[in-house]
Design a protein around this ligand. Sequence first.
Ligand code: NAD
Length: 477
Amino acid sequence: MTVDTKQYSLLIDGALTAGAESLDVVNPATGQAFATYPRASAQDLDRAVNAAARAFSSWKLTDIGHRKALLRQAGDIILTHADELAAIFTREQGRPLPLALQEVQGAGQWFHATAALDLPVDITEDTQTRRIEVHHVPLGVVCGIVPWNFPVLLAAWKIAPAILAGNTIVLKPSPFTPLCTLRIGELLKDVFPKGVLNILSGGDELGPMMSAHKGFAKITFTGSTATGRRVMEAASRDLKRVTLELGGNDAAIVLPDVDPAKVSEQLFMGAFFNSAQVCVATKRLYVHDDIYDRVRDHLVTLIENAPVGDGSQQGILFGPVQNLPQYNRVNAMIEEARAEGLTLHQGTIPSGNGYFIPLTLVDNPPESSRVVQEEAFGPVLPLLRFHSVDEVIARANDTEYGLAGAVWSADIEQAARIAARLDTGTVWINQNLQSTPLTPLAGHKQSGIGVENGVYGLMEFTQPKAIYIPKDTASVV
Ligand code: NAD
């Protein structure tokens, strides 16, 4: 095993700073630590928040055209360094290299696409006597908290709109995947005025310290629903604004008029991409009774032949589960399903100490089983039989989550009618896992509060400010 000896640094007030302490980063494909990263202290957090507050006083006054230009430059830099970043990504996150590269490039493109957005000025009245303008002004210092499953793209989803709207930001990657984000901080160090972008990595204590810090005007958080509730509780003390992108238990509904062979590969990737560690992955796959057996057989073949392994090797499509707690949790779910006597179909995994879990299909478990009820966030997928549309919609909606869902059918109008009845923020018809920089991603129910992406997402980094402008000065002179 080669060790990454690079000194990764915090970015505070435009300067790279070594933390007083450091922590290990583990490669999930080997289970071994290969690099260290700085652990930010409470003093580092104060310094970053103070720097961001100082920077905000002038950054908020800058022309949006200038901010757009700097965001485009940031996107260019990420794209130029995409190969280097992807190699770091695969080692710390586990995703196979070509797919890691796609995420890094996606992040660069997201900076570009966000830079093309504009903040509207709304006119609510324009009469002979006055005009009322509603401007969307920045909030202040934003706290960004990111999970380990899409560490680079989700950081871009927070940094770019926060800065475009005229805020400054202190962003924290997950303790499991800090390296790419720290390297991006280093690469972007001189792009923005000092203090506009600050990156802090740390241990488990840093997230709670940040969500409780009085210097933040807003928290933009992506992670589990349980943590989201804690973040909102902490934010409530100072009425910080929150955007929470949380968990999901997404249903896909497969109607009997599709070709089982054709859809199975798409269903398979929609469920298992990134070893199923995707908030909007298919986590409950409902297949009509008429084609259930054929879809299952295709999926079993795909699972048995899936190349699972170390993502730095060629030809690998699925890496390990990203971290040990998640590995233990998903394995426990699989063992519980086995102990209940449920039918499992499993693929194979390489030997060694990596956090590999065989891709697992659970064949028509009861709706009440844990694999159906809980978000696994790992490669275990319940395949569920249904008979009627009304029945399957009721089952799909019978969850506290409301993130996304999918409908598969040759009859697009019927699929659209079903889509309209699913209680989720996104529904795909005959596709999966899509998102675009212009389209809001909004978690309904316990999947979140607020939205990311597009103008809808950009507005979450602003507050409305109404200005009443008279048409003449008769009332004062
Ligand atoms: P997590 O909630 O454990 O951690 C997310 C981040 O929050 C990490 O950076 C962590 O260090 C930090 N954190 C932990 N406790 C905190 C606290 N008390 N206060 C503030 N920050 C704290 O989530 P995870 O395991 O990293 O990610 C997986 C979850 O994220 C899944 O539930 C998944 O569905 C969800 N997710 C949602 C979306 C979405 O857009 N809706 C996208 C990706 C992932």
